[in-house]
Structures are given as structure tokens and as C-alpha cells.
Design a protein around this ligand. Structure first.
Ligand SMILES: NC(=O)c1ccc[n+]([C@@H]2O[C@H](COP(=O)([O-])OP(=O)(O)OC[C@H]3O[C@@H](n4cnc5c(N)ncnc54)[C@H](OP(=O)(O)O)[C@@H]3O)[C@@H](O)[C@H]2O)c1
Length: 294
């Protein structure tokens, strides 16, 4: 583990090697004078499925807050190995939440738009009934329940369609394939809100400061403003990057995947914007920032 930082309240970030974890690390390294000491632990340093390790780390750090970016995120593989998805996304989250409760730590737990079945055609609010399809989505929904049940000081932050300069994501895949191929076929009948993980990282750090003013045990939705299909996102990505590759719109049935995905998973972000006085950037503007960065 890294040396313990100063006397500031400690914020532990799990899954620090993932794309959101890395975005938080970049944000913290570029933001002097944050009133917290951050500890970033990757899966090899803190494995959520190991209760002894979770207990030892949390008891040693006694964090003010934990931002749980750790997750089993291979949506299609989860269909073949549901136990692995559940172990990290549900059981592991319960271990983490239980230890957070012991030391009164705020748990910011990241969840997903995939908890919805996609049958709606207006943005999903937090109190809309979930109906997850597929093993990944079910494991994440179960993780929400367990986080709230084992630690009263939990906020669930659901987000959607994350991309960033780090790790594997749709935007980076389009940039790579766009250079390799003359044509890409991309589904246009799934609609959501692409979300730039560095924007979410800023929001998460912002929310930490509201602990004393907010009611805990709540669910919030965070996604960039506006909506898009995967086709729209691909076209915009290639256009911003100046890559001359044709993008052909196709339907979901033309690109079958093991896991079912919601046709519509736009999240209503009114609650998080008003409770935390947050400005959320428009997805095309954030995509511009990402492409400029890459
Ligand atoms: N990506 C999306 O489009 C999307 C959309 C909506 C919601 N979300 C949610 O947003 C959060 C962050 O996603 P992300 O895109 O940053 O995911 P990511 O890049 O896949 O990162 C997840 C991290 O979790 C780690 N991890 C996996 N199993 C673990 C375990 N048992 N214990 C500790 N760490 C473990 C992984 O480490 P290894 O690589 O070493 O296994 C990886 O570093 C997740 O909760 C995800 O469900 C993501």
C-alpha cells in the first residue's frame, strides 16, 4: 500500500487501475489543495472478493470515504461466468460496504444504466423500477442492494457508456478500427448518454464535500447531457479525429452479443444536478476534450 497521506481525511479509491480509477488519479494529481488524502488501490492491492483483505485495508486506513470503481465489467463474458461477476459486483461490494459501516465511511458506489430494461423512451429517473437483463446487469443491481443494506452511508451513482483516454472503451475502439478499416457497421437502435469518465471523476470529488448536507442511502444518476446512439457516437468520434472511415448504421439483431443490452438507457440527471449544484457537460463537448487529449 502507498504511504499514508498526511492528516487529511482519507478517501480510498478501489479499482484504481480501471478507466474511472485512472481518471480519478489524474484529476487528483492535477488538483492541488484538495482537502482529502487519496489512496488508490488496484485489484492486485485490494481484491474485493477477499474479505480478510478488505477488512485489513479499511481498518488500517479508516477512510472518510471510499469511491468504489472496482467491478467485473465484461458484460458479455458475464453470461458464461456469472459467479465471477456476482463475486465482485455483489458479494465483494457487500464486504466493502460492511467494513465501511464499521468505520462510518461514506461509500460512493458506481453502478450502471444497464439495471434498466430499456423499454421506456423517456429518461430513467432514480425511482423507476429496475429490471436488469443479463448477468452483469443483475450482479450490478444486486451490488446496489447490498451496498445500501450493509452501509447506511452509501450513495449509489449510476452512470452510462463510459469512455476516457484510459483502458478499453468504445471511443478508443472506434479510433483504432477507423484507422484499420474502410467501413464500420455500428448499431443505431440503442440510445443512451455517452459519459466522459473524467467528468464523472470531477463530480465524484465534488460530491465528497457534501457529506454533512445530504441524506445518505440514496441513488443518483450521472451521465453527460444529451443523447446518442452508438452509431452517432462512432460518427462523431471519427469526424472529430479526422478519420475518413464510413460508418454504416445497423440494427442490434445484425450484431448479436451474448448479453442483451437496453435499447434505451438515457438517465435523468435532474436529481444529482440539483442536490449537488452540478453542471454536467454536453456529451459532444466532452468527446471533443477526449479526442483532443488522445
Ligand atoms: N464502462 C462503462 O461503459 C460503464 C457504464 C456504466 C457503468 N459502469 C460502471 O462504472 C464503474 C467503473 O467502470 P470502468 O469502466 O472504470 O471499469 P474498468 O475499466 O473495467 O475498471 C474496473 C476495475 O475493477 C478492477 N477489478 C475487477 N475485479 C476486481 C476485484 N474483485 N477487486 C478489486 N478490483 C477489481 C479491475 O481490475 P483488473 O483489470 O485488474 O481486473 C479494473 O481495474 C464500474 O462500476 C462499472 O460497472 C461502467
Amino acid at each position: 500500500m502507498q504511504p499514508l497521506p498526511t492528516t487529511k481525511p482519507i478517501v480510498l479509491v478501489t479499482g484504481a487501475g480501471g478507466q474511472l480509477g485512472q481518471c480519478l488519479q489524474t484529476l487528483v494529481s492535477q488538483t492541488p489543495h484538495l482537502p482529502y488524502g487519496f489512496v488508490f488501490l488496484s485489484s492486485s492491492q485490494l481484491n474485493l472478493t477477499c474479505p480478510e483483505q478488505v477488512e485489513a485495508v479499511i481498518q488500517q486506513l479508516k477512510p472518510y470515504a471510499v469511491i468504489n470503481c472496482a467491478a467485473y465489467t465484461q458484460v458479455d463474458n458475464a453470461e458464461n461466468e456469472p459467479e465471477a461477476a456476482y463475486f465482485t459486483n455483489a458479494t465483494g461490494v457487500a464486504y466493502l460496504a460492511r467494513e465501511c459501516a464499521h468505520c462510518n465511511a461514506l461509500l460512493l458506489h458506481i453502478s450502471t444504466d444497464f439495471v434498466f430494461d430499456g423499454c421506456q423512451n423517456t429518461p430513467y429517473s432514480e425511482d423507476h423500477p429496475a429490471n436488469p437483463k443479463g448477468m452483469y446487469a443483475r450482479s450490478k443491481f444486486e451490488g446496489e442492494h447490498l451496498a445500501l443494506r450493509f452501509n447506511p452511508h452509501t450513495l449509489i451513482i449510476r452512470t452510462s457508456w463510459l469512455y476516457s483516454p484510459y483502458g478499453k472503451n468504445f471511443v478508443k475502439t472506434m479510433l483504432r478500427l477507423g484507422l484499420e478499416r474502410s467501413e464500420l457497421r455500428v448499431v443505431y437502435d440503442q440510445t443512451g448518454s455517452p459519459t466522459y469518465a473524467p467528468d464523472l471523476a470531477i463530480a465524484l470529488v465534488h460530491i465528497l464535500g457534501f457529506r454533512e448536507q445530504i441524506q445518505e442511502g440514496q441513488i443518483y444518476h450521472y451521465a453527460n447531457s444529451g443523447i446518442a446512439s452508438w452509431y452517432d457516437l462512432a460518427v462523431e468520434t471519427l469526424s472529430l479525429a479526422g478519420i475518413a472511415c464510413a460508418v454504416v448504421p445497423i440494427q442490434t439483431h445484425e450484431y448479436p452479443t451474448p448479453a442483451q443490452r437496453p435499447h434505451y438507457s438515457v438517465l435523468d440527471t435532474q436529481k444529482i444536478r440539483s442536490h449537488f449544484n452540478l453542471f454536467i457537460p454536453y456529451w459532444r463537448h466532452s468527446l471533443q476534450s477526449c479526442i483532443a487529449h488522445l
